[in-house]
Design a protein around this ligand. Structure first.
Ligand code: ZN
Length: 405
């Protein structure tokens, strides 16, 4: 009886998936979403990426393989209970960014404005740098499906101070937003991207001389600001057949007075301490702490390992990112903040969580107020997310334990 019921549910799920796929493909065709797919690297760009130490047998490969429980992920997707509080019930309390403030020099030489998810404006020395900016209406090739932001950035791109550079961590839709790139197409903004991602930008009409591809540990100087791409453990691709044809990275940004590290999307990996040794200490870290799942624990850090990553790279203050704008994983939307705070208390880390749209200067901001609602969330003990050492689910990284989390 039980088996029959399961069979019927699986059949319904499969048929549903088929209908959904047809619907999505029809949507892509009718909305001419092809452009947003980008392009595979070819010719000189392909020849260049084939020299990357990360390139093996036609694709980019993580030094530490990723493990995932694909069956478990599908089972949860098709048959799992809905997650309570996965999206906000009330409007998120955002701040409208002030163009006059953003156009004035910061006091400390470092001002950061978070727009939700990993969309950030970092003002370091005299440079205005956007990280994985999301000004589009939906982070998907389709106009009517895929993650839509819960609130807009609150400021038009044209009202920002002139953007010197856009840093892109990898080509997933929630980091490389086609609409945002198109809105910046006519300016002089440079795009700093991992190897291969330049092919997407060129296919969208961005001139080659405005694109800088940085492999892990490579740097570029923008005046007194140096930007260095750092290793990450993730994956890439915007469409079938494009998986891992472009690389993924984080970035260290340094001026004479301040240093910032952005993790990019990453699972836990063995280069974090080396990043700290070579490029730290960092006044502020911006770390992927949301959109995690125990079925794919090597794709994103999760809150507890995000706090550990902060310590390994020698961060002073930590700002959790990759949460608070869209839902991509099965956890309450406020859970990343709650779990980062719990883990930070345990690991004695100082955390700043500004409202979306709020600007902070890390060295002048002692603390931020709680602005998200109280709702049920699951602790690290209840729902652990622990990366594998090397793609083997029986060998997990040793995460700090704390009786309080
Ligand atoms: Zn990603």
């Amino acid at each position: 009886m039980k088996n029959k019921r399961l069979f019927v549910r699986m059949l319904a799920g499969t048929v549903g998936l088929g209908v959904l796929t047809t619907f999505i493909l029809a949507g892509i065709v009718s909305c001419a979403g092809y452009d947003a797919f980008g392009a595979k690297p070819s010719n000189s760009r392909l020849a260049q990426i084939e020299h990357s130490p990360q390139w093996h047998d036609g694709q980019f490969v993580n030094p530490q393989p990723q493990w995932q429980n694909g069956l478990g992920a599908w089972r949860d997707f098709l048959f799992g209970d809905s997650v309570k509080g996965a999206v906000p019930e009330e409007p998120v309390p955002t701040v409208k960014p002030n163009p006059a403030l953003l156009s004035s020099p910061s006091q400390s030489g470092l001002r950061v404005t978070w727009f939700g998810h990993s969309s950030l404006l970092v003002q370091l020395a005299d440079k205005n740098i956007l990280i994985d900016p999301l000004w589009g209406k939906r982070f998907s090739p389709i106009s009517f499906a895929g993650p839509a932001p819960w609130y807009p950035p609150g400021i038009e791109l044209k009202d920002l101070p002139p953007v010197d550079a856009v840093l892109i961590s990898h080509d997933h839709y929630d980091h490389l937003d086609y609409a945002t790139v198109m809105a910046l197409k006519s300016g002089a903004t440079r795009f700093i991207v991992p190897p291969g991602v330049g092919a997407h930008l060129e296919s969208w009409g961005i001139a080659e001389n405005r694109i800088i591809e940085l492999d892990w540990w490579q740097s570029v100087a923008l005046g007194e600001v140096t930007i260095t791409a750092t290793p990450a453990r993730h994956k890439s691709g915007r469409f079938f057949g494009q998986a891992n044809k472009t690389l993924w990275a984080g970035y260290a940004l340094s001026s004479t007075k301040n240093r910032v590290w952005y993790s990019g999307d990453t699972g836990f990996h063995n280069d974090l301490a080396t990043i700290g040794e070579r490029l730290g200490p960092f006044d502020l870290t911006l770390i992927d702490a949301g959109q995690y799942d125990a079925n794919w624990p090597d794709t994103h850090l999760g809150p507890e390992l995000a706090v550990l990553a902060h310590r390994l790279v020698r961060g002073k203050k930590m700002m959790p990112v990759h949460w608070g704008l869209i839902q991509e994983a099965r956890h309450p939307w406020t859970e990343p903040a709650e779990r980062v705070i719990a883990a930070a208390r345990c690991q004695k880390v100082s955390v700043l969580i500004p409202r979306p749209g709020e600007s902070i200067e890390p060295s002048l901001t002692a603390a931020t107020e709680r602005w998200w609602p109280h709702q049920r969330w699951h602790s690290a003990k209840e729902h652990p997310v622990i990366a594998t050492e090397n793609g083997d689910p029986d060998r997990r990284v040793v995460a700090p334990t704390c009786s309080s989390i």
